[in-house]
Ligand binder design. Sequence first.
Ligand code: HEC
Length: 200
Amino acid sequence: MLRTAVCVALLLAASGCTTGYNPLEDYEQKNPATDLPTPASAAITPNFAPAVISRGRYLVGLLGCGSCHTNGALVGAADLEQLLAGSDTGIAWTNPLVDRNPGVVYPANLTPDIETGIGSWSLEEIVAMIRSGVDKHAGQTLPIMPWPSYAHLEADDALAIASYLKSLPPVKHQVPDNVRPGQRARAPFIHFGVYQSKTR
Ligand code: HEC
C-alpha cells in the first residue's frame, strides 16, 4: 500500500515508476498572464446602466478586491465605512524573515476621489490595470495586485468593474507610500506565508 503511494507520488513528480507513463508529458507549463490569449478589448463606451453597475459590484465581491483594498480587511476587521478606499496596512513582497526591511505595497484607494483615489483614471486605464497590471503612468505593477489572475476577464466584465468603481462615493483617504526593500516601513504590513515556531 505504502509502495503504491510512493509510486504515485514519484509518478507525478518525475515519472519515476517503471510503467513508463508520465501524466504530465503532454503538457508544458504556461504563464497564464503572458502565454494565453486575453480576450480583446472592445472599444470602451461608458455605460453606467444599473445592470452594468450591479454586475461590477457582484464581480468586485466575487474577486475579493475589498479584502485588500479596504482598511482593516487584511488584519480581519474591515472598516465598511471605508469600503474599497485603500488600506493603511501594506503587503510585504519580500520575506521579512530574510530581509528585515522588506519591500511593501499598500493597496490603493479605489474610490473616485481625485487626489487620493482613482478619480482621474479613465475607464480604459482602470481596465488595463485590472487585466495587465499596467498603471496609468505605464509602470508595471507587482503581481501582489493579482492582475495575473484577472488577465482573462472578458472586456465587458472588466469594464463593469471599472464602471462600478467610478460609481462609488469618493472617499478621501491617502494610503501610505510604498516602501522599497531595505527602506524602513513606517506603516504596518503583513506577509503571506506559512510559519512554524523553531522552539516548539
Ligand atoms: C491581494 C491583494 C489585492 C487584491 C485582491 C486586489 N488588489 Fe488591487 N492592488 C493591490 C495592491 C497592493 C496595489 C498597489 C500596487 C502598487 O502600488 O504597486 C493595487 C493596485 C490597484 C489599482 C491601481 C490603483 C492606483 O491608484 O495605483 C487598481 C485600479 C486596483 N488595484 C484594482 C483592483 C481591483 C478592481 C481588484 C479586484 C478585481 C483588486 N485590485 C484586487 C492589491 C490587491
